[in-house]
Design a protein around this ligand. Structure first.
Ligand code: NAP
Length: 423
């Protein structure tokens, strides 16, 4: 019997065999107890003409991995490896869908603060990390000690940084959040629930003491309003009786800009304006009119852009309000006029959902559950996506160019890897 995590020689995207067994942990145990069977490549049986499953019960998996930081097109590789049958509390998973988020690319570039450790556990030639932080998986097998999840359940990973861009994975059940009632939900909805909606939810709830007696009379303002986070913020605010003033970048033509504005208005945005309008001289008057001559205060600003856009958001805030920065898409620093700090007593905060989730695991689960409840009720709409179908036989190039596109801007939808293979 083999034990431990699945680890034997892999074949990378170019077809060459990756180095032998990992030198660490489970892999060492595997090599000492089962060495003769793992010298070279194990016998394999074709399933149809698509995938191969080892006669020893190992599942074949492919993962997008990187062993150094850089642009995805330069450093990502598709790596093939085996996963053993799960034992104890281990769980084997098959990917349903995984989004390509800006932070995932920043992580690959090496400019993101959380850096998954580079390891040889999957039998890569060099120590590597599996890319991706968010995704929905289906449980395909459980070890005899698993109590919380069963075959057929849908799960997401409890923490970010676990590597979601892979067709299959083996994790301990303690690393997973089970979706309690997947009825009526889609892989897209589950795969995109744990980062962006949770970020929007927590920023709105935790950085402002809304006066619930004034429901419908208080505002939040945000830039990047068409992002995943922005769309979630619009819908949650609508549910909670908070008006939203939303900033988007102009599209190529006025007609396209109007289409985008309408999309957000349909989600429940109170008003949508372009970045050019935000930075124009007339914006002050526009805000004055929208807020009934200031009688309805703007009490929270959500900033994922930085630079002049962030400064302009801050200027609209009522005294004592908060501006929360959670992204830096323009790569420009946030510059704040001193008067806003001195005379308006504004507070400037940052929020990072990864850190927050690690500190508040139960609250994170509750937040996910709340959002999924709204989704089931048809009150939380899907984000627009560009599906990238991941078939077993694909080489990595199409997947990797999808990743490379993630930060290109003005996109009609977020990239979503959808695995179409079998267990
Ligand atoms: N701190 C956290 O915990 C946390 C959690 C989730 C996300 N985030 C951050 O939130 C931001 C949005 O993430 P997401 O996944 O929601 O994004 P997304 O759905 O992929 O959308 C990207 C957004 O960024 C905008 N954008 C791209 N380049 C820009 C630029 N140079 N200047 C201004 N806007 C630009 C896009 O506008 P166009 O359509 O006009 O290109 C779009 O609104 C990212 O910075 C991400 O890292 C942070």
């Amino acid at each position: 019997m083999f034990s431990g995590r699945a680890i034997r020689s892999g074949v990378n995207a170019t077809g060459s065999h990756a180095s032998a067994l990992s030198k660490t942990g489970a892999a060492s145990r595997l090599s000492s107890t089962s060495k003769p069977q793992w010298r070279g490549v194990s016998p394999q049986v074709p399933i149809g003409n698509r995938r191969w499953i080892s006669v020893y019960g190992y599942t074949q998996s492919k993962a997008l991995v990187y062993s150094r930081y850089g642009e995805p097109k330069d450093v990502l590789q598709l790596h093939k490896h085996s996963i053993s049958a799960p034992h104890g509390t281990q769980v084997n998973l098959r990917l349903l869908a995984a989004p390509l988020n800006p932070a995932d690319v920043n992580q690959i570039q090496g400019v993101y603060p959380s850096k998954p450790p580079f390891q040889t556990a999957l039998g890569t030639q060099e120590p590597s990390a599996v890319a991706g932080n968010e995704g929905a998986f289906e449980v395909i097998a459980t070890g005899s000690g698993a109590r919380n999840v069963s075959k057929g359940d849908w799960v997401v990973m409890k923490q970010t940084g676990q590597g979601t861009w892979r067709t299959h994975a083996q994790l301990d059940e303690s690393q997973l959040i089970k979706i309690e009632n997947k009825e009526g939900l889609t892989p897209l909805q589950i795969s995109t629930v744990s980062v962006n909606p949770v970020t929007a939810y927590r920023m709105i709830k935790d950085f402002c003491e809304w006066d619930w007696m004034r429901a419908g009379e208080e505002w939040l303002i945000q830039n990047g309003a068409n992002s995943g986070v922005g769309r979630a913020a619009i819908q949650l605010a609508r549910e909670w009786g908070i008006k939203t003033l939303n900033i988007v970048r102009e599209r190529k033509t006025p007609e396209e800009t109007e289409v985008l504005k309408k999309e957000l208005l349909d989600l429940g945005a109170t008003a949508v304006v372009t970045e050019a309008e935000l930075l124009s001289g007339g914006f002050r008057n526009l805000v004055h009119d929208l807020t009934r001559q200031g009688k309805e205060p703007i009490r929270l600003a959500l900033n994922c852009v930085g630079g002049k856009s962030a400064t302009a958001l801050a200027k609209t805030l009522a005294p004592g309000s908060h501006l929360v920065t959670y992204g830096a898409m323009s790569k420009q620093p946030v510059a704040l006029p001193s008067g806003l700090l001195i005379f308006k007593n504004l507070a400037f905060d940052g929020f990072w959902v990864s850190k927050w989730g690690d500190k508040n695991p139960q609250l994170k689960e509750n937040t996910i559950s709340d959002v999924l409840q709204l989704t089931r009720a048809g009150r939380f709409k899907d984000i627009p996506v560009e599906e990238i179908k991941w078939n077993w036989d694909m080489d990595g190039s199409e997947l990797i160019s999808g990743v490379q596109e993630t930060l290109s801007g003005y996109r009609s939808g977020k990239g979503l890897l959808c695995y179409k293979g079998q267990d």
